[in-house]
Every structure is written in structure tokens, then in C-alpha cells.
Design a protein around this ligand. Structure first.
Ligand SMILES: Cc1cc2nc3c(=O)[nH]c(=O)nc-3n(C[C@H](O)[C@H](O)[C@H](O)COP(=O)(O)O)c2cc1C
Length: 739
């Protein structure tokens, strides 16, 4: 909901908002340039200045002082009107005054998109849109990092998400201020709120009528500090009833040209003063440094628009489409889905369509969208995958907290179907947790928890039979697995480790098998032809011959590295790993990319602690390879035997030499006094405490057994800091990619 509240105004107003940001940034330079070309004299009175100017310009009509302190004299000479910027020290001209036509045009563009009144309305709406975007953006950011105190925390997510949030984090205070003041000023233009206009003082009924005396001698002008001056209008020469008009920061009045007395005066009200402050805060006039800061923040708007639109598009593309989705309050059946990589949505869609075909009104949504009430529902299905090491998938990661707060609905009966993979130690653990929570809270169970291993269509159809018995209608659930479109990869290189061993490992490097751009800059700028976008830590899905179900491998390279690299151990009896190990250079495979934005080093300079075992080193090696900023990175890795499976050994030595890797700690289990990676963590406890105490984050990749031992070891290491893995995990500083 909050995300929609952020995305929709952003998408609708993008062009206007970007235009406003760019023009605002341009205009922010004016006060600073003005200030640079102006000397502000201390202790000079308006009388002294007026005297000096009048000496050089006998036909002086008016002196204006801009908020930055620039003095402009308007005069007439031989019947010709002129204007000049004045040096306050001498009263002479510094240069003729001619406001920049470009600045005027940019100001008009900023205020009204050059469209007069309709444009002013549009500009007001654009300012309001920036306000809404800033407020909703801050709320989203806080939700993402876990509260105010975590605001500076490293960010995770896809590249566009991180770039968007990173820029927003820096610029949001400035954007909020500009948007708030801009919205107020627009509202004041249309008299929706009090503005800056103030009533003129009453024109004096009578003047002394005496002869005009030099401005420099007039008491009221002597008593006014130049720093307070807005405008001084000189009397028409030869008219004894004419007066000086004096406008200052505090109020406006008329001054007798003979006695120098202040004849009438009207101080500005607090509303005028507040508006003047709003104006300064928005334009930077009188506060040039603030203007420049706001201008820099405004420059982030095009960047935020581009990265925000990309993130929105990526999310939209990944979103499953459900036909005939009834609103939650009128649906008889509710299907809630827990999914990370979308395949569970495919199963949910089949169930949704089959139930609709029986005449039911069905509502399907993510488990995180659990509603507080379902007025018409009597059936609730939870279809959920499990991720990490028995954790919730992305679309269900708030479900267990949400269900605690929702009142139990006795009219509804529930059934949970878990999707998982028996290769994982905690098979369908999250489905089991969700099922147990429902039961504990008192929801009525219709079917026992059922599980589906590796997206088996047969098991799903069989479960459909049980659902049919429950609802008293035959239900056919025919699920044909749909994968994202695949692309071809050609094996270019393989590096074998321990080929004589029963379970050898190999680093496999693929490319798209097409001509690549010439080397050097071109190659660095453009992705090699044919490879889609991916980053180290994403997953590549490979469908082995003889199975409809893809197997996923963590990527050890970034598309810009020019290859798609994975590190694979051959499992005894493993269909896909045997297939991959059987490939020779030149052989082709079909693959697709599954983004895994959770598993990336966060942005920023905080130390990164990489922990892995076996082929879990793949994505970690990719992170180190791409650590071109030389941020501190520490690798703890466990293998079996340095003679046969020291994966990436030469690369790691190079990375240590060129400082992409700060320290390397290895442990080997199949040597004399063999050790595992968790032993290294305990050995290095002091360093780890220091790194994590300094905001370091931990990324773990490997088997679930190893991940469990690493958690235990790190909990021991962190105990003196009163920290644990759970706390790090909920603040996004502990991430696992477990297989
Ligand atoms: C990184 C990763 C971790 C996984 N962890 C588990 C797990 O702990 N337990 C389990 O039963 N299945 C696990 N799985 C398997 C998924 O739950 C299973 O493939 C599911 O069908 C994916 O559904 P989805 O595409 O809707 O996310 C994992 C899969 C991946 C890629």
C-alpha cells in the first residue's frame, strides 16, 4: 500500500517533477552567484547609501536591495531610464544591471512550466507530488532499514533499488524542505493560505511641505540599517508634498523629504515574516549556502526518477498475473502465496482457476497481504515455499507477525501446502511454521499440512484431489511448470578440482557464444552481446535433461565480467551436477536468471565478512572480484583438501595482492588435524568482534549444515558484544545463501 502510494505519484508526475528538480538546481546558483559578486558593508545606514548614490545619480528614482545584498539603483538620465548595480562603498555603478534572460526563463519554467495559470497549478501539484514522494519514501526507507536508528545502515536489494535508496537517503531532507516550502508558496499564490502580501501603510494626510533636504541628512533614513533595506523610492523632484517610500525587513513607511520624520509606518505581521522565511528557505535568497545544498538535493531528482522507474518496472515484470481476482471482502476462497522466485504463484494460479471454474469467487494475494478480515470467506489456502535455511520467502516474510494480530475467523477453515526441496535440511520448514501458528492461534484446520518436493506436478494434482473431497467438488489441478524465458550459454572454460575424486568440483565459465565488442573501454561499458543482466550472488536456473524442474546455482560473476561463472560439485546421483560436469568447452546449455538481491554485499564502506564452504565460495569470489573500491573484505572458507579442492586459489592470491581481498582464512577438513570453517571463526574471534562492532556485515554461502555451525560459532564470538546472529539478521547484516 505504502509502496503504491510512493510509486504511483512518482510515475504520474515524473516529467514535471524532473523538470522542477533541474530548474530548481539551476536557480539555486543565483543567490550564491549574487552573493559572490556583492560586498556587504557593516554598519552603513540607508541615509549614507542614499546620499552616495544621489551624488552620482542626480536622477535617482529607486534603490533596491536583493536578499543576497546586491544593490540596484534605478535612475533617469536625460529622460532615459537606466539601472545599475551599485558599490555601497562609493555609490558608483559596478556594472549596468540587466537581469539574465536565461534565469528569467528558467524561473518561469520552474514556477509555471511556461504555461501561465494552468502551469502554476501544475507546478503546485508537482511540488505536492515531491512532498508526497519524500514522505512516503522516508517511511519506506525506515521500514526497509528497520527504524530511525538504522537509517545509516548498509542497503541491500537490486542495483536500481540500492541506487535509488542511497540517493534518497542523502537528498531526502533537502527535498522535503524544498517541497514543503514550494507547496506552501504555490498554495499562497492561489490564496489558499496566507501569503507574503502586506497592506501598504496609510499615505500621510499632510507633509511638512518644507524644502527637500539631502537624503544623507534625513533622520528616519539614518536610523535604518542598510542590512534591513528592501527598497527606497525617492520623491518626485520639485513636488513639496512628495515623500520617500521606505520598505524594510520589519515594515514599510513614508519619510518626510524635508524633516526626515517617519510619517506613517506599518510593521509586517508575523504571517508576512513567516512567509519571508518560507521564501528564503525555498529560494536560498539571503541563505545562499542553503540554496546550494537544496540545489544539490534537487539534482538527485532525475536520478531518483530513473532508478525508481527501473525498480518499479523490475517489480512489475516479476509480478504474477491472476485473472478474475475477486476483492478480498467478497471472495469465498482466499489463496495466500509465499514465494521468492515466483514458481509458487504458478501453482496458486492453477488452484485459483480451478476453484473459479467451480463457481467460487476467489481472491489470491501474497501472504504479506493478509487482511484483518475476510467478510465472505469460508476457505483459506496458504501455499508457500521455504527459503534460506527454513525461512520465509520474500512475499511471506511478515506473515507470522501479521497472523498474530489478526482476529481468528471461526467461519474460515484453512489448509497449508508447502513447496520445498528435500535436499534442504529444513524441508518446507516455513510452511510447517505457518501451519503450526494457525493451529496455535485457534484457526480451524480443514486439511493436514501437505508438502510438495521440487515442484512436483503429480503431488500437486494429488493434493487437488484431497481439496476436492473437502469442498465436495471434483478438482483437477493440472500444473505445467513455466520458467522464465531461457537463453543459450556456451561453455568456454572449465577448471577442474580433484577430477579423480568421487565428488569433484569445477568452475564453469559460459558466454553467450556471440561476437563480443572490442576490448578495453567498449567492453567495460557494454555487457557482452547476448548475456542478460545479472550480478554475482544471483541464481542461474538450469533445467537438466530428463527433469522439468530447474536446479539453481549461485553466480560467481557479474554480467559485466563477460562470462557467466558457476562453481559446481558433482553430487553422487545428482542429475544436474552430473550433466554440468559432463559438459566440454563448446557445449551449449539453456538457462535463465533468477535475481537474488538479498544476497549481496551492502553498499557503503562497512567491512564485509564472507563465510563459505565448498562450492559456496562461488558468489563470494564474485563479490571479491567486483570489489574494485577496495572496501575491507574478509574471507573465511572451508574446503576438504588443499591438494584437490582449494577452489579459486590463484584468483584469491591475486585478490589479496591487489587488496580486493583484505584477509583470507582457510580451513581444510580432510587433512591431518582437519578443521572446519567455523573453527577459523572462533580462532579469529577478536578481529570478528571488531569488524562486526564497526558495522560489518556477514554473508554466508554453503550447505545448510555448514550454515548452522557458522551461526553457532558466530553466536559464541558475538556474545561479549551482547549481539547475536538473529539481531544481525533482522537488521540486514547477516545474509545466507544456503543449499
Ligand atoms: C536459496 C534457496 C534456499 C532454499 N531453502 C529451502 C529450505 O530451506 N527448505 C526447503 O524445503 N526448500 C528450500 N528451497 C527450495 C524452494 O523452497 C523451492 O524451490 C520452492 O518451490 C521455490 O518456490 P518459489 O519459486 O515460489 O520461490 C530453497 C531454494 C533456494 C533457491
Amino acid at each position: 500500500m505504502l509502496r503504491q502510494f510512493h510509486s504511483l505519484p512518482g510515475l504520474f508526475s515524473a516529467v514535471f517533477v524532473v523538470l522542477m528538480g533541474l530548474t530548481g538546481a539551476w536557480l539555486s546558483l543565483d543567490p550564491a552567484l549574487d552573493r559572490l559578486s556583492t560586498t556587504v558593508p557593516q554598519g552603513l545606514s540607508v541615509a549614507e547609501l542614499a546620499g552616495r548614490v544621489a551624488r552620482h545619480y542626480p536622477g535617482i528614482e529607486q534603490i533596491q536591495r536583493t536578499p543576497s545584498g546586491t544593490l540596484i539603483a534605478y535612475y533617469s538620465e536625460g529622460g532615459v531610464a537606466g539601472a545599475a548595480r551599485i558599490d555601497p562603498a562609493s555609490g558608483t555603478a559596478i556594472a549596468p544591471y540587466a537581469p539574465s534572460a536565461v534565469s528569467r526563463w528558467v524561473k518561469l519554467l520552474h514556477r509555471s512550466f511556461l504555461l501561465d495559470t494552468p502551469g502554476r497549478v501544475a507546478a503546485g501539484i508537482a511540488a505536492l507530488a515531491i512532498l508526497v514522494l519524500s514522505v512516503s519514501g522516508v517511511l519506506l526507507l525506515l521500514k526497509r532499514v528497520g527504524g530511525w536508528r538504522q537509517l545509516a545502515r548498509p542497503l541491500h536489494g537490486s542495483r536500481s533499488q540500492r541506487w535509488h535508496a542511497e540517493a534518497a537517503r542523502i537528498a531526502v531532507a533537502g527535498l522535503l524542505l524544498s517541497a514543503l516550502t514550494g507547496t506552501y508558496m504555490s498554495a499562497a499564490t492561489f490564496e489558499l493560505v496566507p501569503g507574503g502580501e502586506h497592506p501598504e501603510p496609510d499615505f500621510p494626510a499632510a507633509t511638512s511641505g518644507g524644502p527637500a533636504r539631502p537624503a544623507a541628512t534625513l533622520a528616519a533614513l539614518k536610523a535604518t540599517d542598510l542590512a534591513d533595506l528592501h527598497e527606497l523610492v525617492f520623491p518626485i523632484p520639485g513636488d513639496p508634498s512628495a515623500v520617500y517610500t521606505l520598505r524594510t525587513a520589519q515594515g514599510d513607511g513614508y519619510v518626510d523629504q524635508s524633516t526626515g520624520e517617519l510619517l506613517s509606518y506599518r510593521p509586517h505581521g508575523s504571517v508576512n515574516e513567516a512567509y519571508a522565511l518560507v521564501y528564503s528557505l525555498h529560494t536560498g535568497e539571503g541563505l545562499w549556502w542553503l540554496g546550494l545544498l537544496l540545489g544539490l538535493c534537487a539534482l538527485s531528482i532525475p536520478w531518483l526518477a530513473a532508478t525508481g522507474a527501473t525498480a518499479w518496472w523490475q517489480r512489475r515484470r516479476a509480478r504474477p498475473r491472476i485473472r478474475g481476482n475477486s476483492p478480498p471482502q467478497s471472495a469465498q476462497t482466499i489463496i495466500l502465496v509465499g514465494s521468492e522466485n515466483n514458481s509458487t504463484w504458478g501453482f496458486a494460479r492453477v488452484l485459483h482457476d480451478a476453484l473459479r471454474a467451480t463457481g467460487q469467487r476467489v481472491h489470491t494475494a501474497a501472504m504479506n497481504q493478509l487482511a484483518a478480515r475476510y467478510n465472505a470467506a469460508d476457505k483459506l489456502f496458504l501455499l508457500t515455499a521455504t527459503y534460506g535455511d527454513g525461512d520465509a520467502p520474500a512475499s511471506a516474510n511478515q506473515f507470522l507477525a501479521l497472523i498474530e494480530r489478526v482476529p481468528v475467523n471461526p467461519a474460515i477453515q484453512f489448509a497449508v501446502l508447502g513447496f520445498g526441496d528435500r535436499q534442504f535440511a529444513r524441508f518446507c520448514q516455513f510452511a510447517s511454521d505457518a501451519d503450526a501458528a494457525m493451529e496455535r492461534l485457534g484457526w480451524r484446520r480443514a486439511l493436514e499440512l501437505a508438502t510438495i518436493d521440487r515442484q512436483s506436478s503429480q503431488a500437486f494434482a494429488a493434493w487437488g484431489g484431497r481439496v476436492g473431497e473437502w469442498i465436495g467438488t471434483e478438482l483437477r489441478l493440472d500444473h505445467a511448470p513455466v520458467h522464465p524465458p531461457t537463453f543459450k550459454l556456451v561453455l568456454r572454460e572449465r577448471i577442474d578440482y580433484g577430477p579423480q575424486e568421487p565428488e569433484p568440483s569445477a568452475v564453469l565459465r559460459f558466454d553467450a557464444g556471440r561476437t563480443e565488442p572490442a576490448g578495453g573501454l567498449l567492453r567495460r561499458l557494454f555487457r557482452p552481446r547476448g548475456l542478460p543482466h545479472f550480478e554475482a550472488g544471483d541464481l542461474v536456473g538450469i533445467i537438466p535433461p530428463g527433469s522439468p524442474v530447474p536446479r539453481f546455482y549461485s553466480l560467481a560473476s557479474d554480467a559485466r565480467n563477460g562470462v557467466l561463472e558457476i562453481c559446481v560439485r558433482k553430487q553422487i546421483g545428482g542429475l544436474c551436477s552430473s550433466y554440468l560436469h559432463g559438459l566440454q568447452p563448446g557445449d551449449c546449455i539453456d538457462a535463465f536468471i533468477q535475481p537474488n538481491p538479498q544476497f549481496r554485499p551492502a553498499s557503503g564502506k562497512a567491512p564485509v565478512i564472507l563465510v563459505g564452504a565448498g562450492t559456496g565460495i562461488g558468489p563470494l569470489a564474485g563479490f571479491i572480484r567486483n570489489n574494485v573500491g577496495r572496501h575491507p573484505m574478509y574471507l573465511y572458507w572451508g574446503g576438504r583438501d588443499p591438494a584437490t579442492d582449494f577452489l579459486y586459489e590463484p584468483e584469491l592470491r591475486n585478490y589479496l595482492a591487489d587488496r580486493r581481498l583484505t584477509q583470507l582464512h582457510t580451513a581444510f577438513s580432510r587433512v591431518k588435524n582437519g578443521e572446519r570453517v567455523q573453527n577459523r571463526l572462533i580462532d579469529d574471534a577478536d578481529t570478528l568482534r571488531q569488524l562486526i562492532g564497526n558495522g560489518g556485515q556477514v554473508l554466508v554461502c554453503g550447505s545448510s549444515a555448514m550454515a548452522g555451525s557458522v551461526r553457532t560459532a558466530l553466536n559464541t564470538v558475538l556474545a561479549p558484544l551482547k549481539l547475536d546472529v538473529h539481531t544481525l539478521r533482522i537488521t540486514g547484516r547477516y545474509r545466507e545463501d544456503v543449499f
